[in-house]
Design a protein around this ligand. Structure first.
Ligand code: HEC
Length: 203
């Protein structure tokens, strides 16, 4: 009797790992079209995806690229911008923004220098837009760099532009003008017989 009761009780158990649920894209008889996955009702916004700040996400003000930051460009923002710029943009644009990055040196189309007058005058929203939607041969970086970071990069590009066009009176005393060109590191010499780029196999 006790054994039968235990067996019956355990049959009623419904652990969380066997909870009744519809797995993604699986069949369901509950709905007329037989699909388990439902189309979200119009206007549904997933958690964390409410984009109520239009300027932050488009960089546009009444259809034109704006020239203000959607949040203050603090030191942290600029440092974050530099970090992201060096990762995502410098391979083509170079750390200096002159368009001479490594990928360009290996044959990719050379982007314009950020220090040319047209881009020095371009509003911040233009840089944001180029990163968000791409520009000519340049792919967009919306998937790799989130909106806040794209603005941080735009702010950092402004700092880069200033760094190459700063008037003498804002340059610290003792610093030669223009700044001495940073020497590119020389290619390390390989031991004879070593194939470049192929590390030796550890035995
Ligand atoms: C794979 C190489 C590559 C990378 C990486 C890249 N760009 Fe570009 N970028 C280009 C090229 C090439 C152009 C010129 C495109 C053309 O004129 O067709 C360009 C153009 C631009 C322009 C100038 C648009 C104009 O008005 O002329 C801006 C601004 C810019 N890129 C910003 C960025 C930023 C910011 C990043 C990093 C998030 C970035 N790019 C990453 C290749 C790259």
């Amino acid at each position: 009797m006790a054994i039968v009761a235990t067996a019956m009780l355990s049959a009623c158990r419904n652990d969380m790992h066997v909870q009744p649920k519809i797995l993604p894209l699986s069949h369901s008889d509950f709905f007329q079209d037989g699909r388990g996955s439902r189309t979200p009702p119009p206007g549904t916004i997933a958690r964390g995806q409410l984009r109520d700040d239009t300027y932050l996400y488009t960089g546009m003000m009444s259809g034109k690229p704006g020239n203000v930051m959607p949040f203050p460009a603090t030191r942290e923002v600029l440092e974050r911008g530099r970090e992201r710029f060096d990762i995502y943009c410098a391979p083509c644009h170079s750390r200096l923004g002159d368009g001479n990055g490594m990928i360009v040196q290996r044959g990719f189309r050379r982007p314009p220098s950020f220090h040319e007058p047209r881009l020095r005058q371009a509003p911040l929203g233009h840089f944001y837009d180029v990163m968000t939607n791409g520009f000519g041969a340049m792919p967009d970086y919306a998937a790799q760099v989130n909106a806040q970071d794209r603005w941080a990069i735009a702010a950092y590009i402004r700092a880069l532009q200033f760094s190459q066009n700063a008037p003498a009176n804002v340059v610290p005393a003792g610093q030669p003008m223009p700044s001495p060109t940073v020497q590119a590191p020389s290619t390390p010499t390989l031991p004879p017989g070593a194939a470049p780029g192929v590390p030796e196999r550890k035995k």
